[in-house]
Structure formats: C-alpha cells, structure tokens
Design a protein. Structure first.
Length: 463
C-alpha cells in the first residue's frame, strides 16, 4: 500500500504535538523546582542541584528500560493480537515493580556518596533528604511509564499530555507548601522539593491509570483479566529491548554531566555561557525527541500489521520531517543568537560565549535530528542493541575524548575550552547519525526481502 506523505505526516504530527507539550511540561517542573528552591535560599538550591545529579540519571534509566513496552504494544496492536497485549502489560507491570523497588533501594543508599564529598553540612543533609524523598516516587515512575507505553501503543499520546500539564500545575503549589512551610507544615527547603516531586509522580500514575481503566479501546483488550504471575521469558524479552535503551540514555546524559564538570575549572563565566546554550539546545531537542517517539509508534504498528514496505516509508518520512523541523531551529540559533542569550543573561561575557556555542548548536541540529529519529524508527523495529553500541562508540569513544582533547589539552593545538567540547558533540552526533541512518536503511530493506520471501513460500514472517 503506497504511503501518502501528507496523510502520514499528519499522523506523525498528531502523535508528536501532544508529546512535545508533555516534554515541555516535564522540563517545566525541573525549572520550577530550581527557581523555587533558589528563592528559598542557596542551601536549598545547592542541595536540589547536587541530589538531581543522581536522581535524574536514575529517572532516565528507569524510563528508558520500560520504553521497550511501546514498540511491543504497537506491534501487537497492529497485528490485532489482543492476548499478547494483555500478557505484555501484566508482565511489564511486574517488571516495573521489580525495577522500581530496586532503584528505590539504590537511591536510598546512594546518599552516602555525599558524605565523601567536600560540601557544607547543611547542603549535605538536605541533599540526602531530597534523594530519600524522591526515591519513594521511583516505583510510581516505573509503573507510570508502562501505562504511558500502553497508551502510546494505541496511538494515544494526548492522555500523557493532559497528565503532564496537571502535574506541572500541581507541582507549583506543592513546592510552595513544602519548601516554605505553609498550612502548619514545617519549612523543609530542598527536602520539601523532593517530597513535592514524589507526590506529583504518584498523582500522574493515578490519573493515567484512571484514564486507562475508562478507555474503551484499551479496556477491550481485557488487560486486567486472568492476571498471571511473573513470566521469566517475557520479562527477559522486555529487558532485552529495554536495557539497551535505558543504558543508552544514561550514557548520553552522563556525557553532558561530565562536560559540565570538566569545564567547571575554567570559571563561572565559561560554565554560565555553556549552561545558557545547553539549556536552549535541550529545550529545542524536545521537538525531534517527540517525533522520534511518534516514529516508533507508527513503525511498530505498521510492522505488526505485516507491512514492512510501508514501515520503511514511514520511517524515512519521519526522518525527513524531523530534519525539516531541525532546519527551523537551526536557522533560529544561527540568526538570533544574541536575542536567545539575552533571555538568560545580561552579562556581556556570558552572552558572548553563549552566542558562539549557539552557533555550534545550530550546526549539530541536523545530525541530532537524524540520529534521534533513526533511533526511534529502529525501536519500532525492536532493534535497540545496535543503537546502544552506536551511542557508546559515538559519545564515549569519539565525542567526549575529542571534546576533552580539543577543549582542555594542547594535543590538537591551543585548548579551545567549551567550543572544543561542543565540536566533539558535533562529531559524535554526526557519527551516530550516519551509523543509525545506515542501520535503518539496511534493516528496513532486509525486512521487506524477508516478507517477500515468506510470501513466495506461503509462510508468515516473524517480525
């Protein structure tokens, strides 16, 4: 069946737009936490910032592992295999329980790391308290991702958007009450911010479960009926898909953390300029990320319906659309760097450095768009291990070492500071784009050949 560019583009856009709003709402919660903790006092701000360096990687890893549920559900939905959906969601919830409790225990013990660092006692106590508070939200976060994936597998991304917006609206008053101590409660500072985050995560889970229970399309799968005990084979199948995703996200996020730590020695002005450019680039990244998830949903659904040629067209079309949106964000960064930097700072020195880095960010928009959208398409094909290897090679094998040697050593000549690290980012993202794009072309062509061969001999392809 031929794929209409406009009709499929419209489907991808309808899936991606709610995801963009959702991602911005989630980013908004982190922004609110930082601002409100900072307005309390410097101790609270420092505690939240330090504890978040452990909390956010855990958050991303748990979310990444359970993102594997989306392509599995999309495949089963496309093939109209209701029983498989029921079995997958039940086993995924068991897995979310194991993962959630495991990371809860891990986070509660990681707080001891702060005792090894040189920091003020007040900051250390609040950082440990924040980490202990948010650890109680990890089990809810894991279960929430399963229900989010279930809805996405049915092409329903708006529920996640509504829940994220509700969470953002609730996060503000909860922070106010718990950080500053209102309605008879003690002022908890940064620790209160952690309890507000946990409360919001559990609220998100409750709202999405309620929606799922009352959704007729999803309820028709009878996912709650005939509840089964943990199935080792299915749990391992989800982990085989999900672990590479979770570890890939962890590797990528840790790279940005390490860059910030490496350039810290260059002074506050350099760190601030880097943070301004990175903050805007991260905000813009929500657009290709949302398209990537939409591509996963559409490719998975189409492959489940045994239409590999259409899946290849959808994946290729999704990459083209994502790159087209990247051209817009790149143009904005290249033409209006001063205006963007002025939104964050009034310091001429910080603004000047941020403008240079925004130019480099504008360049890597294209390779970033290709690599994230190609990774999304490959997830739709249930191919995640190759992407994990690519991320490991591109970021840790090329991007970070190249950036470090360019930025802080004289190996290539005079050290270039943060510009060297951002050049390394461009190199790493470009390599990742080439490898993931090539993998998608190869795998999608192979699936079409497999389907044609099975059709010739009268068998059903196992895709």
């Amino acid at each position: 069946m031929p794929v209409s560019f406009f009709s499929e583009g419209r489907r991808l856009l309808l899936l991606a737009l709610p995801l963009m709003v959702s991602q911005l709402a989630q980013t908004g919660m982190s922004f609110v936490d930082t601002v409100m903790a900072g307005r309390h006092n410097e101790v609270s701000l420092a505690a939240v910032a330090i504890a978040s360096s452990l909390w956010i990687p855990a958050f991303l890893t748990v979310t990444g592992i359970l993102m594997a549920v989306t392509p599995i559900i999309a495949h089963a939905n496309g093939a109209r295999r209701t029983g498989e959906i029921q079995h997958t969601i039940q086993q995924a919830l068991w897995l979310s329980l194991f993962v959630g409790v495991g990371f809860l225990i891990l986070l509660r013990h990681l707080g001891g790391i702060f005792e090894l660092l040189e920091m003020e006692t007040a900051v250390r106590i609040q950082a440990q308290g924040y980490l202990e508070a948010v650890s109680w939200g990890i089990p809810a976060l894991a279960a929430f991702q399963v229900f989010r994936s279930l809805n996405e597998g049915f092409h329903q991304t708006r529920p996640y958007m509504y829940v994220s917006l509700a969470a953002l609206l609730c996060n503000i008053p909860l922070n106010y009450i718990l950080i500053y101590g209102k309605f008879g409660l003690p002022a908890m500072g940064g620790v209160g911010c952690g309890w507000a985050t946990t409360t919001v995560i559990w609220l998100q889970l409750f709202l999405l479960v309620a929606h799922t229970l009352y959704n007729r399309t999803i309820s028709a799968t009878h996912w709650l009926a005939d509840w089964q005990l943990p199935d080792r084979e299915m749990l391992m199948a989800i982990l085989r898909l999900g672990l590479p995703i979770g570890i890939s996200i962890l590797i990528e996020s840790s790279m940005f953390t390490l860059i910030a730590l490496f350039i810290a020695q260059l002074g506050a002005t350099v760190v601030s300029g880097h943070q301004v450019a990175m903050s805007f680039a991260s905000l813009v990244f929500m657009i290709p990320l949302s398209f990537s998830i939409a591509i996963t949903i559409r490719c998975g659904y189409t492959l489940g319906g045994n239409r590999p040629a259409q899946a290849r067209a959808i994946g290729g079309m999704g990459i083209i659309i994502t790159v087209a949106t990247a051209s817009i964000s790149s143009t904005v960064m290249l033409l209006f760097p001063e205006q963007i930097a002025s939104l964050y700072t009034s310091s001429p020195q910080v603004k000047s450095l941020a403008m240079e880095l925004l130019f480099l960010a504008g360049i890597f928009q294209f390779s970033d768009a290709v690599q994230i959208s190609a990774a999304g398409a490959l997830r739709g094909y249930k191919d995640t291990r190759f992407a994990f290897v690519v991320v490991l090679i591109s970021f840790w094998g090329l991007g970070l070492p190249l950036g470090y040697t360019l930025g802080l050593t004289d190996f290539w000549g005079a050290p270039t500071g943060p510009q060297g690290f951002w050049t390394g980012l461009i190199a790493g993202l470009t390599l990742s784009a080439l490898l993931l794009g090539g993998r998608f072309i190869h795998l999608s062509h192979k699936r079409i050949e497999m389907a044609d061969h099975c059709s010739t001999i009268g068998e059903s392809p196992n895709i």
